[in-house]
Structure formats: C-alpha cells, structure tokens
Design a protein around this ligand. Structure first.
Ligand SMILES: Cc1cc2nc3c(=O)[nH]c(=O)nc-3n(C[C@H](O)[C@H](O)[C@H](O)COP(=O)(O)OP(=O)(O)OC[C@H]3O[C@@H](n4cnc5c(N)ncnc54)[C@H](O)[C@@H]3O)c2cc1C
Length: 236
C-alpha cells in the first residue's frame, strides 16, 4: 500500500471518497493502548473479518489499522491502536478526541478466518489486539479450538483481559519470538491436533518471519502471515 502521497492527491482522493468519520468515543485501555469508536456514513464500505482500513494521519501520510467491529445501521466502527510514540501515525492517533474528523478508507486485505478450519493459533503484539478482538466472536460462535499468543510490553500484559479476550498467553516483549529454538518448544507444538491448525501471525515483522520459518520447517499447519510493522521502516 502507498503510505505517502502529495497533499493535493490526498485531498482530491478524500473529496471523492465522501464524508469523513467522526470520533464518537476514545478510551485508553492502558497508557499505550487506545480504543476509538468512529461514527459516519459507512454504508458503502466493504467489511471483511480482520480487514484493515487506511487512515490519513497527516497531510501526506497514511497508515493501516484493523477494524475490530462495525455496526452499519448506526454507522459505527471501532479500532484499537498501539500508541508506541515512534511515528507520525501513532502521534496523530494519540491526539484524537471526541468530535475530531478524519479520513478512514473501506477495509480490505486477506481474510484470515476460514469457518471450516477447526483450530486456530493467533500470534501478535499490541498492533494485533484489534485483529484478535475481531476474530473472537466468530471463533466462539463457530466453536473453534483457539489460542492467542501475544508478545506485549510489561505495561500491556493485562490488555487482552481488559479487552475481553479469552484463551490467551501473554509473553514479555524481550526477543523470545526471535528465537527459533524457543518457538519450537512452545506448548502448542507438543499437543496433538495443533499440527493441522491455521496459524495467523501478525505484528512485529521480524517475529512473524521467525515464527513462520519454524512452522514451515516443521511443515506444521497453514500459515497466514503479515508483518504489521518493521523496526526502522516507516509505514509498512
Ligand atoms: C494490515 C495491517 C493492519 C494493522 N492494524 C493495526 C491496528 O489495528 N492497530 C495498530 O496499532 N497498528 C496496526 N498496524 C500497524 C501500524 O500500521 C504500524 O505500526 C505503523 O507503522 C504505525 O505508523 P506510525 O506512523 O506510528 O509509525 P511509522 O512512521 O510507520 O514507523 C516509524 C517507526 O516506528 C516504529 N514502529 C512502528 N510501529 C511500531 C509499533 N507498533 N511498536 C513499536 N515501534 C513501532 C518502527 O521502528 C518505525 O521505523 C497494522 C498494519 C498493517 C499492515
């Protein structure tokens, strides 16, 4: 996706896209996890489970964020943001408050959810909490076996519980998921049945790549992987 474009092109595309969305409510789940409920005319948007919208975060910059849930009749959609403070997107989202208006695109992307698959292992970090929350109702309703693995800053270790997530393990963010040997020894690989699971890997691109390599080498499961951010790279 294009993460940067000239201001006049952005203005022109935005005017063609129709009305902007308004911040209805914004709440900090932890000091660095912010949940925002937006309102506006979303009737022409296409929603898919786990799809990501592009948000205009400055005159010239655009960033991807996962839509957690939507109510088309009421014109409401929700997103969970990691306020990491390292980029223009994070800093802009931190400033958002009730009544602010902004451009949010229709969500798009690869569908990470297949109702026919029995087991799901979903791995990610703070940027993946929205994806996890979007998947949870479907995983429960369709009675999948599922487990979430999160790699989180110490201050965010309770965020999954505060967001209502279930069946999760929170690991400290200290490089564990860059260690192939350590990943191979994770409990999920020791329990029968998980070899045929779908593995949805998102978040830190380096961790995603390492986890994916372990799964590929062991020829375990089907892997759906997408790095959401990469150290040193702007606007992945
Ligand atoms: C499909 C998709 C869905 C996504 N969904 C979400 C979502 O729902 N919620 C969410 O918060 N993010 C989500 N992201 C990730 C988000 O788009 C990136 O974190 C993005 O880089 C943030 O933009 P920025 O301007 O703040 O930082 P950038 O300008 O893009 O990056 C500047 C620097 O900040 C650092 N950085 C970027 N992200 C992080 C981070 N999370 N933690 C620590 N350092 C970081 C990097 O070192 C980078 O060099 C998603 C990404 C994709 C591709």
């Amino acid at each position: 996706m294009i993460s940067r474009m000239p201001k006049w092109v952005g203005d022109w595309l935005e005017s063609a896209a129709g009305p902007r969305l308004t911040v209805l409510e914004a709440a900090y789940i932890t000091p660095t996890i912010k949940k925002i409920r937006f309102q506006g005319d979303i009737s022409k948007m296409n929603f898919l489970i786990g799809g990501a919208s592009v948000i205009r975060v400055s005159d010239t910059d655009y960033r991807n964020y996962t839509v957690v849930c939507q109510d088309i009749e009421k014109g409401i959609l929700e997103i969970i943001f990691h306020i990491h403070g390292n980029g223009v997107g994070s800093r802009y989202i931190d400033t958002l408050k009730t009544s602010d208006e902004l451009y949010i695109s229709s969500p798009r992307g690869r569908a990470p959810y297949d109702p026919k698959v029995k087991r799901y292992l979903i791995y990610g970090d703070e940027t993946s909490l929205g994806l996890a929350c979007s998947l949870l109702p479907f995983l429960k309703k369709n009675e999948h076996h599922f487990h979430f693995y999160f790699e989180l800053d110490e201050a965010n270790k309770n965020a999954p519980r505060l967001l209502g997530l279930e069946n999760f393990t929170a690991f400290p963010k200290n490089g564990l998921f860059n260690n192939e040997k350590w990943i191979k020894d994770l409990p999920v690989f020791q329990v029968a049945g998980w070899q045929a699971a779908n593995f949805v890997l998102t978040g830190n691109a380096t961790s995603v790549q390492t986890f994916r390599k372990v799964l590929k080498n062991a020829t375990i499961g089907k892997v759906i992987a997408q790095g959401y951010w990469l150290e040193g790279k702007k606007g992945l």
